[in-house]
Design a protein around this ligand. Structure first.
Ligand code: 5GP
Ligand code: ZN
Length: 152
């Protein structure tokens, strides 16, 4: 299948932000990554982290860009003072990356959300339609996937 990724798309709002054609509240920038405040935050400190490479979905982005992104996310947890709780209980944060409109993606340039989760009703609110554990079904799927992995 042809890749729909290209280094830059002149019509893309996030490509315009990277180039400075549209203003943004910039935070960390590296040669491969750009980060800035989300314009319609779902919590205070909601940040977007994007590769400086235009691609609609995660699989379109070269590995070198993806490798650069997560350390930037980690640095931003410090800047946002999200790194002071290592426990399961208490304040937290979500890192979210949507692919496709059915998965809640609106902007077609890969982006990671870093979203503080301080209260039940701010930040990300997740639906999680978990099934009962079915070892037979899992085992069948695992076998199919292993066969595909062996062909990679
Ligand atoms: P998605 O639903 O695609 O994962 O998230 C897109 C995000 O981009 C949304 O949270 C939205 O508020 C943000 N966004 C859209 N346009 C702009 C913009 O022009 N500037 C900034 N800073 N954020 C934007
Ligand atoms: Zn773009």
């Amino acid at each position: 299948m042809a890749s729909t990724a290209a280094a830059h798309d002149a019509a893309c709002i996030f490509c315009k932000i990277i180039k400075g054609e549209i203003p943004s509240f910039k935070l960390i920038e590296t040669p491969l990554t750009y980060s800035f405040l989300d314009i319609q935050p779902i919590a205070q400190g909601h940040v977007l982290i994007i590769p400086k490479y235009h691609g609609p979905r995660l699989h379109n982005i070269p590995d070198e860009y993806l490798s650069d992104i997560l350390p930037v996310v980690k640095k931003l947890t410090k800047v946002l003072q999200l790194d002071d709780n290592d426990k399961l209980i208490g304040d937290g944060y979500n890192v979210l990356q949507n692919n496709g409109s059915i998965a809640h993606q609106v902007v077609e340039h890969v982006h990671f959300h870093l979203i503080p989760k301080k209260t039940e009703d701010t930040g990300l609110i997740v639906g999680w339609p978990a099934e009962e554990t079915n070892f037979e079904k899992l085992g069948k799927l695992h076998k199919e996937l292993q066969e595909k992995l062996n062909k990679l």
